[in-house]
Design a protein around this ligand. Structure first.
Ligand code: KMH
Ligand code: ZN
Length: 274
């Protein structure tokens, strides 16, 4: 078999309402069960957005810690907390996410129109968050929603140097209304523009672009992110039953591409985590 395949699961996100999608994991108990199922299916890392008791997105510090503990209690997945939160979260609260001591944090490389909203990531915020990640030893995953974000990453690395663990892992988030499209040509352009310091990359396509982006990524030797944060149908008009179903499909796509799912331990090495 070929190179190990990192499968990251993003099970919840901040955009979908529990009332619209009851199978979305929105409690620590549901997340713990999801983490165990997804690890068994082949995931190595989990990208977490926390929900409160009313299933609304929150960056409450106590709840962040509770959700991190829930995943650690049921799985050995590498824990990545979202610092993107929801489009309504203030920048100061997003900086404090790192206090909950995840293994990894998402770090979006620029502001993006996000449907009718704006996902705000001004340069001073990006630079401060990056330096916090460096000083705490938390491995950033650079989220690239647009080609300009790829070039901003080069600028960030040139100015502040590499992450604490020396590895630079990025994730192309494609197909957001306002960002780059979820197409093979857009992924080819993004990968071609990656700065030299990048050591690994994955991709995810939102909504109907999920399969085309996954297949394009595999065809270029990239890794995959899947999950109900990014897509809620398994095929046209058919709702996703669980996050593990999406992980299993990613494993199957990887098998066809002669890739073996990466273990959490291998993912730790990929991210430069000690
Ligand atoms: N919910 C989006 C506004 C991240 O997790 O870092 C931002 C997002 C990116 O999902
Ligand atoms: Zn996210």
């Amino acid at each position: 078999m070929g190179d190990p395949l990192l499968i990251t699961v993003a099970p919840t996100g901040a955009e979908t309402a529990k009332s619209d999608c009851p199978q979305l994991p929105t409690t620590p108990e549901e997340l713990a069960a999801t983490a165990a199922e997804c690890e068994a299916a082949g995931a190595a890392m989990i990208h977490i957005h926390v929900r409160d008791a009313e299933h609304r997105p929150t960056l409450d510090q106590g709840m962040l810690r509770e959700w991190v503990a829930a995943v650690r209690s049921s799985s050995s997945l590498v824990v990545q907390l979202s610092t993107g939160g929801s489009v309504h979260d203030p920048l100061e609260e997003r900086l404090k996410v790192l206090d909950a001591a995840p293994d990894s944090c998402s770090l979006t490389m620029g502001t993006t129109n996000f449907g009718d909203d704006v996902f705000l990531n001004p340069w001073p915020f990006v630079a401060e968050l990056y330096q916090l990640a460096q000083s705490t030893g938390i491995a950033p995953e650079f989220e690239l929603f647009d080609l300009g974000h790829v070039h901003s990453l080069g600028r960030l690395l040139a100015k502040y140097g590499p992450p604490a663990g020396g590895k630079v892992h990025v994730d192309f988030v494609m197909g957001v209304p306002g960002g780059m499209p979820g197409t093979a040509p857009a992924l080819v352009a993004g990968v071609a523009a990656l700065p030299p310091g990048v050591t690994s990359w994955s991709a995810t396509g939102i909504g109907r672009s999920t399969l085309s982006v996954a297949m394009a990524s595999l065809s270029m030797g990239g890794h995959l992110r899947v999950g109900m944060e990014d897509v809620l149908t398994i095929s046209r008009g058919v709702p996703v039953e669980s996050n593990a179903q999406l992980v299993s499909r990613a494993v199957e796509l990887g098998r066809l591409a002669q890739r073996t799912p990466m273990t959490p331990a291998e993912c730790r090495t990929l991210l430069g985590l000690g």
